[in-house]
Design a protein. Structure first.
Length: 119
């Protein structure tokens, strides 16, 4: 699944680059969208994000592409790889800026782990 985000002035830190917290929020959001669409009727929360390494700086006006792919399914949890790329509107070149694995767990109405919903 692909999602896109435009980096706006309100997303920047005091040095003029994308604030890392915004990128992590977007990673969590696109992962949640993917897992929710893959398992309708399930309620998920994020339990882990693996390795937080920002590979390249991101400036205002950058178009970010998020690719989300399921990599593992357990009984109560599911893991996705989320890759973030910056796409150049001038050249069409795509550079990876961030990659992580994010894990979601399925919960019942009382906040207890439950088996994944079937499609």
């Amino acid at each position: 699944m692909e999602n896109y985000k435009l980096v706006l002035p309100e997303h920047l830190n005091h040095y003029g680059f994308l604030f890392g917290g915004h990128l992590l929020k977007w990673i969590d959001e696109v992962g949640y969208i993917a897992v929710s669409l893959d398992y309708p009727g399930c309620n998920f929360v994020t339990v882990a994000m693996d390795r937080i390494v920002f590979k390249k700086s991101i400036r205002k006006g950058t178009i970010l592409c998020f690719e989300t792919n399921k990599t593992h399914e357990g009984h109560t949890s599911v893991e996705y790889t989320v890759n973030a790329y910056k796409d150049s509107i001038d050249t069409g070149k795509r550079d990876m800026v961030f990659s992580t694995q994010i894990t979601f767990v399925c919960l019942d109405e009382n906040g207890k782990k439950k088996q994944l919903c079937k499609k």
